[in-house]
Design a protein around this ligand. Sequence first.
Ligand SMILES: *Cc1c(COP(=O)(O)O)cnc(C)c1O
Length: 351
Amino acid sequence: MTTEPIRDDLAAIPRYVPGKALPQALKLSSNEVPYGPLPGVADAIAAAAADVHRYPDMGVARLRDELAARLGVDAGRIATGTGSVALIGHLLQAVSSPGGEVVYSWRSFEAYPIAATVAGLRSVQVPNTPEHGHDVDAMIAAVGPNTRAVILCSPNNPTGPALTADEIDRVFDAVPESVLVVIDEAYREFVTDPSLPDGVERYGDRPNAVVFRTFSKAWGLAGLRIGYMVARPEVADAVRRCVIPFAVNGPGQAAALAALAAEDEMRRRVALVTSERKRVVEAARDVLPEVPQTQANFFWLPLGARAVEFASHCEKLGILVRPFAGDGVRVTIGLPEENDAVLEALRSFAA
Ligand SMILES: *Cc1c(COP(=O)(O)O)cnc(C)c1O
């Protein structure tokens, strides 16, 4: 059967597997924060609803100005989009060229191979270290004349470790300025190790640095799809050209501003998550000592061939986690009683 005029390479794209959702089940499969929208957010959305017959501000001016002020950068260096997933795709489209390549660690965020292929770039996947972090030296060695970008996912989804300043410095020092160094910091707010770098602060002034952040995780707006990136003005402008007009909708812009105004409450909730993370990872290691360190709001169970089996075991107990067949299982940190249920599932699985 012919699929013309559809591009052949699309058939090879792995499908994005969303974390499962079943009513009643504990949903620990999508790295959401369990406390509902931040205070003020629902009211801001309700107020913005009165204007949904109008197109939103296409330039997303108020939100970009607010982010710029907080990050200490010019608003011209910020681009927004419908989730950072969409923006990563737009960035790769903006740098794509025939034969071009993008280097990233694997296992990492499942959106990368999809975004790369759609953008017409070849993925060069570099295996993680035995500790489930990025193998920075191997990544540097994988950069060649066709490389358009290197993606660093820090903390890494789905395994948890973040990159050190020394590791990221080495990447910047090794690659030419014509290669973008993309730092995906979707989980930056959950980083508690004070020695770990903030991508915007430490690398923001580099001409080839691009830092991605999102409102989906710590800020509790996954359902509204808002992400942003910081780069030099020319790169941010190129990405804005690729973004679909009016991508970030009015209620979303209002909600993001309301969420930023509730930053103290965001920090309080994140502290609850990270203190649970410490407790849960320690308890999980009693069963599975190989659980790697994590700086995000999830942890990784390197169960290998038993990954899918563990996810089914959890599902029978009413808990949804995210398996990666043959590799491991990613579990989101939830409420204390939810985390206890996962630990109990792990114990009964291992027994
Ligand atoms: C969740 C996540 C994102 C953000 O996704 P959105 O599209 O902003 O919801 C980006 N990168 C990584 C690694 C993620 O896990």
